[in-house]
Design a protein around this ligand. Structure first.
Ligand code: PLP
Length: 370
């Protein structure tokens, strides 16, 4: 028997979340952002649930090839553009659209031999100082691109650094507006947080939106809002089994470093999930976990292959019970990945992306979300 741990992807949750974002962004086309192997869910596992999107946005050429291999003939966007000249050959061959964020990428395009011109997304650095041309240099980049026979339509892109927090998007939005006012081309500015929190302010710039995290059912601005507040459903559940039970007397400790010491007799379940599966080692005693769909807490330090949970109040639970580390339990109870991420001092994104390759991933056949 394989080690009892399994991640399950829920296509109906993906479909639901996509529909949610579509309804918020009204007329906008939707890129389903599937970089990092669909935020750890697996490209092939999410494809069915997300194929209602207008396009797939990602970073790796190998991932673009995988999407084409699944039969997708629609748009694919490379969010960081190309890294070297020969990448442009694959763009021509697979009809990939690509971001252009620096002079070097324009240089490469100018030397590229292609039968069909490329659709490109010119990126502005509107204040995040990651990728893109400054507002001052944006127009000259556009003019240079526009003069190239290798280039077809030019869309205009920027990315917000604070759409999820109190700083908001106003300043970056104003810079983008000012510098693009009389330029033609479709606008594409919003990630999940901007779509959910700033739909009114971005409506005029939303020919396309680029949600990632919300599609997977994690809230981009947790804990201000949780996935339930945004009406998003968890697209991934991580379940494992209890493989041992220990009755720990007062004064007994649990796990490496004896970080948990029982102050009363404590019934401990040992779960077949550890940090080598992608469960954060830093999660302290008290991190929420579901056992047979009932909420309890972790105890002591997370090991490589196991972690301990408190069964003291759960006499029915024991050997063979199912622990839900995040996502949905079979009784429909939900433990949001955002709560576990918070206990680890991080965000849902990192937990999803960190699911280890040794964890088998299945796709749920449920027709209705739990
Ligand atoms: C990852 C990414 C997104 C999606 O961001 P979420 O916060 O996951 O919605 C959008 N645009 C760009 C450029 C990205 O790199």
């Amino acid at each position: 028997m394989p080690r009892p741990i399994q991640a399950t992807i829920h296509p109906c949750a993906l479909r639901h979340n996509l529909a949610r974002l579509r309804s918020i962004a009204r007329d906008a086309h939707v890129w389903a952002v599937v970089k990092a192997n669909a935020y750890g869910h697996g490209l092939e596992n999410v494809f069915e649930g997300l194929r209602g999107a207008d396009g797939f946005a990602l970073l790796d050429l190998s991932e673009a090839s995988r999407i084409r291999a699944l039969g997708w003939r629609g748009p694919i966007l490379l969010l960081e553009g190309v890294f070297e000249p020969r990448d442009l050959e694959l763009c021509s061959r697979l009809h990939l659209w690509h971001v252009v964020h620096c002079d070097e990428q324009i240089d490469m395009l100018a030397l590229h031999k292609t039968h069909e011109p490329h659709r490109v997304f010119l990126k502005m650095n509107s204040g995040m100082n990651r990728l893109g041309f400054t507002p001052q240099r944006f127009r000259s980049a556009w003019t240079r691109l526009n003069a190239l026979p290798q280039v077809d339509e030019i869309s205009l892109v920027t990315h917000f650094g604070n759409a999820d927090g109190p700083l908001g998007i106003a300043e970056q939005m104003a810079r983008f507006d000012e510098a693009t006012r009389d330029l033609p081309g479709e606008r594409n500015v919003s990630n999940s947080a901007a779509t959910l929190r700033h739909a009114l302010d971005t409506a005029a710039k939303s020919d396309w939106i680029r949600p990632g995290i919300a599609l997977y059912g994690s809230s981009p601005d947790f804990p201000e809002h949780g996935c339930v507040d945004w009406d998003l459903q968890a697209a991934m559940s991580l379940n494992a089994k209890i493989i041992a039970v220990q009755d720990v007397p007062i004064g007994g400790s649990v796990g490496y470093g004896a970080l948990f010491v029982a102050e009363q007799p404590t019934r401990v379940g040992v779960v077949s999930c550890g940090y080598a599966d992608g469960y954060p080692r830093i999660c302290p005693t008290g991190t929420p976990v579901l056992v047979d769909g009932v909420r309890t807490r972790t105890l002591g330090r997370v090991s490589m292959d196991m972690l301990a949970v408190d069964l003291s109040e759960m006499p029915e639970a024991g050997m063979g019970s199912t622990a839900t580390l995040w996502g949905k339990a079979s009784n429909g109870a939900l433990l949001s990945i955002d709560e576990v991420a918070q206990a680890a001092g991080t965000v849902g994104y990192e937990l999803m992306c960190g699911l280890s390759v040794r964890v088998p991933v299945g796709v749920s056949q449920d027709l209705q979300p739990a």
